[in-house]
Design a binder for this molecule. Structure first.
Ligand SMILES: [Zn+2]
Ligand SMILES: [Zn+2]
Length: 100
């Protein structure tokens, strides 16, 4: 039978860049129950790490929250955009540490 497209079993992919598990080293799910459906890959985490190190610019337009821990912009040091998602420095740190 053909494999089912879209989301579902085995179809996990990065919410930011869209790469599937087969194309990245690791995928991490959101850190809280309410953000568990958000997924980010190791490549995007490294990209975010660089963005944060490189004096991030504030994302314009209203209040933002991290797609991976649900914290608001004023509860964390910085939030950066990655693809269609936003992530805070705390989540980048945590995922980065898990990568080793
Ligand atoms: Zn990614
Ligand atoms: Zn976060």
């Amino acid at each position: 039978m053909s494999t089912a497209g879209g989301t579902g079993m085995g179809g996990e992919r990065c919410s930011a860049c869209g790469r599937s598990a087969a194309h990245v080293k690791r995928l991490f799910a959101g850190r809280t129950p309410s953000t568990a459906s958000a997924v980010i890959c190791d490549r995007c985490i490294r990209e975010c790490e660089n963005a944060i190190a490189d004096a991030p610019t504030r994302i314009p337009g209203g209040a933002h929250s991290c797609a991976f821990c649900a914290k608001l912009e004023d509860q964390v040091a910085v939030i950066v955009g990655v693809g269609a998602k936003k992530i805070c420095d705390e989540c980048v740190d945590a995922y980065r540490a898990a990568l080793g």
